[in-house]
Design a protein around this ligand. Sequence first.
Ligand code: UD1
Length: 378
Amino acid sequence: MVKIIIVCGARPNFMKVAPILSCLRRERAVSSLLVHTGQHYDQRMSELFFRELGLPKPDVNLEVGSGSHAVQTAEVMKRFEPVCIEHRPDWVLVVGDVNSTLACALVASKLGIRVAHVESGLRSFDRAMPEETNRLLTDALSDLLFVSEPSGVTNLRKEGIAGKKVRLVGNVMADTLLQHRSQADQSQILRLLGIRPRQYAVVTLHRPANVDRADVVEELLGALDAISEQLAVVFPAHPRTRKNFEALGFGERIRKQERIRFVEPLGYLDFLKLTADSALVLTDSGGIQEETTILGVPCLTLRANTERPITVEQGTNQLVGTSAKSILPAYHRIRRDPPKGRVPDLWDGRTAERIVEILLGESLSRSPDVAELVGTAG
Ligand code: UD1
């Protein structure tokens, strides 16, 4: 039997673990344990996603909650170590680039447990992003590195990571999106917000670089004000964004703003419907750059760099920075001439299957009893 602990912690992890866990649980030769670190804990940031994505209740919840990066990472490590010691898995599988990803990879690696990392190799080359540190270190510790786009393979090669550990498998986010596309179509979110397909823009912002400084927020809200003169704007706000806007003195302005609709964070299905039917998306999220590429919806990324260059090279994404001077001309161009992207190779809805097959293959070569079980699996 191959024992795998699969870790999730924050909102963008849930759509990545869902298809992998569902594939793993179909394998007779695998016993899997789902560990939620509790990095995200609000009903709308966590539980709702479990329900909508059909994820089982976590076997273990570490309930770490919020804290500084050091505190949060350390708490996950302290609470994850006994779980690994008790269950002695063959693999710990981590996804993405959040603090929980690195913390659990580090614990496993120090205990001599093999680490598999899904979404390896992405690099923004911007060390000011906390996620970049998490990516670099998690990849350095991993024994199997599952990569979503060719740039990841190149980055890992340059970092000296052995090629045999690196597997280009495609994007697991595409699995989840394609599986839920028709269900999301039933969402009533447009009706509830009183908006019509292609008559609105969607905005999300939560990165420290964009929501922690008043001058940057001022610039971004200025650009959104100008856009909202032409197009309704829907802004589902992350808890840290809402808190920071209040703390930086933008609360009053936001409450008075009628053309920009600040709403609570949405669930997976409502957000998928909202994005799929929008005229364009403005975001600083990583995952949304990929989702818009899959959906063929124009995306303006409000950052100076991206760790997902394929969304710009092949998809519908464009990097526009954070100044109104760069955002607004790009907005007008995109409205006149929307980009025609393509969906990258291997973003075909079968990435989780490939990951599980490789994981089993790697385990098989080490343990004959697993080979026997796999041989008899129906
Ligand atoms: C984390 C990830 C980021 C990811 C994002 C998606 C890291 C370093 N960052 O950022 O890569 O894009 O998740 O959402 O891991 N909060 C709540 N309720 C919650 C969760 C957070 O109110 O359920 C508030 C708290 O004030 C908290 C703040 O949001 O301090 C930040 O949460 P945290 O998990 O530290 O990072 P995110 O900004 O969510």
